[in-house]
Ligand binder design. Structure first.
Ligand code: SF4
Ligand code: SF4
Length: 320
């Protein structure tokens, strides 16, 4: 039985995805140029892996030679819980409050591909969830999932930007969606609110300055120039998404209960982190995105916040 866009969308929704978009598996051109410019400026900082497999990022046929279409999927992870901003605690980014989204989404993608193969044995697909050399955001824009906000996250008109993206490269022809309009307009709230001025121009984030990078992927020390500028963020940073009018208006509770915050994971007492043993860390975060920072990284972040806790500078509070 031939697989249609409607069948894929219905099956994806049954599995818990909120949005599905379809586009042709063409070469990425201006998006790839933007990536090259970003790398050229060293905005990837220590994320050297972003410099690898560039040809695959540009041309998905290097991953699946028979590639014809891309299916872009989005899953809402917003929960109606807010940070309290307790000064003795470090804030955790919203995406990391519950179970690791990779584990949730990989399982659902396997199921989706399995059920599509049952309909047509010739169907083939490679799936990615922000891992591997695939430009998920570029495909999401092309597939009409949303537009890229000036903070460089994808914004969907119905859900805002609290969405995880997944990308399927398939050997199948589907009816394609058109990209949607960019609705950022004259707004600059995310740029104005960023406490480290990491959004260096519209749609461009310099990871060297981004709290999200500095507290998670960064393996070194946090530069002293950022002392007093983290606004209590210990793992990731949500400021630019928190202030976005599209999130303020459209964020809705996620259906998947695995995204609900686990006890004590919205913000964590800094002293508690400093005293945490490796066994405690492993037990608490074994299937959580927080494990990415490792205990060493989390302690570095807690120490950094404790060192600067008394320096009052808070663009975040002004704008949120
Ligand atoms: S995540 Fe935080 S530090 Fe990074 S660009 Fe957004 S507001 Fe700035
Ligand atoms: S805060 Fe404004 S400029 Fe930034 S992503 Fe949202 S709508 Fe666009």
């Amino acid at each position: 039985m031939p697989i249609t866009k409607e069948i894929v969308t219905e099956e994806a929704k049954r599995l818990g995805f909120d949005i599905a978009g379809f586009t042709k598996a063409d070469l990425l051109d201006y998006e790839f140029q933007a990536l090259e410019n970003w790398l050229w400026q060293n905005y990837n900082s220590g994320m050297i892996y972003m410099e690898r497999n560039l040809e695959k990022r540009r041309d998905v046929k290097q991953i699946l030679p028979e590639a014809k279409s891309i299916i872009s999927l989005g899953m809402n992870y917003y929960t109606d819980v807010q940070h309290q901003g307790n000064i003795s605690s470090g804030k955790i980014s919203r995406y990391a409050w519950g179970k690791d989204y990779h584990l949730i989404i990989w399982e659902k993608l396997d199921e989706l591909i399995g059920s599509l193969k049952k309909l047509d044995v010739t169907f083939d697909a490679k799936s990615f969830v922000d891992t591997g050399p695939v430009m998920d955001k570029a495909w999401a824009v092309r597939a009409g999932i949303g537009w890229m906000g000036k903070h460089s996250n994808i914004i969907n008109r119905q859900l805002g930007s609290w969405i995880f993206l997944a990308t399927l490269i398939t050997n199948y022809d589907f009816d394609f969606n058109e990209p949607i309009q960019n609705y950022c307009g004259n707004c600059t709230k995310c740029i104005d609110a960023c406490p480290t001025n990491a959004i260096v121009e519209d749609y461009v984030v310099d990871s060297n300055k981004c709290i999200s990078y500095l507290t998670i992927e960064n393996k070194g020390e946090i530069p002293v120039e950022f002392e007093g500028k983290f606004n209590g963020w210990m793992f990731g940073c949500d400021i630019c998404q928190d202030v976005c009018p599209w999130n303020k208006k459209f964020a809705t509770e996620a259906a998947n209960q695995d995204f609900q915050p686990r006890k004590g994971n919205v913000e964590i007492n800094l002293e508690e982190v400093l005293n945490m043993s490796q066994d405690e860390f492993d037990e608490r975060f074994f299937d959580s995105p927080v494990s990415r920072a490792k205990l060493k990284g989390l302690k570095r972040n807690a120490e950094f916040l404790l060192r600067t806790i008394n320096i009052p500078e808070s663009k975040d509070e002004e704008h949120s």
